[in-house]
Design a protein around this ligand. Structure first.
Ligand SMILES: Nc1ncnc2c1ncn2[C@@H]1O[C@H](COP(=O)(O)OP(=O)(O)O)[C@@H](O)[C@H]1O
Ligand SMILES: [Mg+2]
Length: 409
């Protein structure tokens, strides 16, 4: 096992595309690090450079104590798992699993032992004699994982390994992956464009955009404390709501005004966001997570009321998404524009609701017992201690708390 360090790593492809731009990242020994970001942001390129499948244009990569810039992939002691399983179709599962070991001259007993161990771990024992064609997608992906495991590498590199599986299988494979990582403790770098996968799997998550690192932190801290509009909108589902707003201070304390609403801003929040003081009397961007809303009938009495008219309600069983328009245009910023483009490319397009009169659409996630109905007035409440504020020019979060520095052991 080993830590992996990327030091100012660049990749410029022939033709001039800068796919990875000055990437600094330290993946700790035994850590499960997820690289996430929209399609084309450079995730696979970064992973392939760690693997040695792609030359680096600048910077330094080390695995363990070795700088590997000039080391061939086979000498890096890593194992890769891809989206397409790349199994040998004419070989049984057992032969597929032991193939790498055989190449490296492992004895028959050793091969047998390791293959059995891996098969047990992955629930593949009863399939050892089958060929890949007689396996389900999920089983094939397990075999691909098994091949990586038997090699006992210093690190696993995985590029969207679950993206060919259906939604239900993805969830169970996610759980198996987490378990495997618990058991083996091997440093893992995992690429996905799916923020839910990133949040559920990562010990830490690194958000990339156009080849540049945006933020790297634990899932919870990314959610609670995003560094900019882009990360705020990318992490979390349904996505954070945004609006142009004005921060004011009167006799009753700080308030934030937007779209005809006027919410109190708790003193503790102002205190917790250094620099927010300088924004009184100025325009900024307000962000509210759907999960920081509740139906007022079910909310903590300290939360601020906000009456809206629901346009659509999505009943998910465990909760209800209330979608409503507010009397303000959608925020215009490069960060939110990029997010909208990414959403339109992906699954979210199915649920996209056309904008009415250029008004911003917001989502509130409320208790399943709420009586909210589409087209009706609903009294929502907001947990104002969890409001987010962004600089409308830079898109940076105001008062953002830096991630704790990690030790360079
Ligand atoms: N072999 C290549 N030659 C030229 N450009 C490439 C090549 N591979 C990827 N790119 C470009 O580099 C950028 C990053 O690609 P990639 O790392 O595959 O992104 P991701 O995995 O995040 O979707 C994209 O703009 C892509 O078009
Ligand atoms: Mg990719």
């Amino acid at each position: 096992m080993a830590k992996i360090v990327l030091d100012a790593v660049d990749k410029v492809y022939a033709g001039g595309v800068k796919a990875v731009d000055g990437l600094d990242l330290e993946i700790r020994d035994g850590e499960f690090m997820v690289l996430v970001g929209p399609s084309g942001c450079g995730k696979s390129t970064a992973l392939r450079m760690i693997a040695g499948l792609e030359e680096i244009s600048g910077g330094k990569i080390s695995i363990g104590d070795r700088v590997v810039n000039d080391l061939a992939p086979k000498d890096r002691d890593i194992a890769m798992v891809f989206q397409n399983y790349a199994l040998y179709p004419h070989m049984t599962v057992e032969k597929n699993l032991e193939f790498g070991l055989k190449l490296r001259g492992a004895s028959k007993e050793e091969r047998k032992k390791k293959v059995l161990e891996a098969a047990k771990m992955l629930g593949l024992e009863q399939f050892l004699d089958r060929k890949p064609a007689a396996l389900s997608g999920g089983q094939r992906q397990r075999v691909a994982m098994g091949r990586a495991i038997v090699r006992e590498p210093q690190a696993f590199l995985m590029d969207e390994p679950l993206s060919n599986l259906d939604a239900k299988l993805r969830v169970s494979m996610r759980a198996s992956l987490s378990q495997l990582h618990e058991r083996l403790g091997v440093t893992t770098v995992y690429v996905t464009h799916d923020q839910i996968e990133a949040m559920t799997l990562g010990s830490r998550v690194c958000v990339l955009r156009e080849g540049k690192l945006q933020q790297v932190d634990t899932p919870q801290r990314l959610f609670d404390n995003p560094v900019n509009l882009f990360v705020a909108g990318f992490i979390g589902s349904p996505a954070m709501n945004f609006v142009d707003a004005e921060l004011t201070r009167g006799d009753g304390g700080a308030r934030v005004r937007f779209a005809g609403f006027d919410l109190p801003v708790p003193d503790e929040l102002v205190a917790a966001k250094p620099g927010l003081e300088d924004w009184f009397g100025k325009k900024l961007i307000l962000g509210v997570r759907p999960s920081d809303f509740e139906d007022a009938a079910h909310a903590d009495s300290a939360w601020a009321p906000m009456g809206v008219t629901s346009s659509v309600t999505e009943e998910l069983g465990s909760e209800i998404n209330v979608i409503f328009t507010i009397d303000a245009p959608p925020v215009e910023h490069k960060d939110t524009a990029d997010l909208a483009e990414d959403a339109a490319d992906g699954d979210a397009a199915d649920t996209a609701i056309p904008l009415t009169d250029n008004k911003a659409l917001w989502t509130a996630r409320v208790n399943a017992r709420s009586h909210v109905r589409p087209g009706q007035q609903v009294e929502l409440a907001v947990d104002t201690r969890r409001l987010h504020f962004f600089d409308p020019t830079s898109g940076l979060a105001i008062g953002h708390q830096e991630a704790p520095k990690i030790s360079k052991d």
